[in-house]
Design a protein. Sequence first.
Length: 81
Amino acid sequence: MSDITIDGETVAATAGDNLGALLHRLGDARLRATLSGAPRGLFCGMGTCFDCVVLVDGKPARACLTAIRPGMVVERQGGQP
């Protein structure tokens, strides 16, 4: 297991696993908000849309295409409780 940080919280994850799948398993796949404030999350799951964009180590990335790396820092963009 590898620790990563999601919105300031340390989470145990497996290096190489898919970030989008991990967020879904954690039970809250809201990843960003539209300009109107509507929450967005995983939609296509294969990189065609951009609904799952998050910041990974300060750079935009699609969660569904991102492999987990030890120590990575993930920041969701909105739609959070």
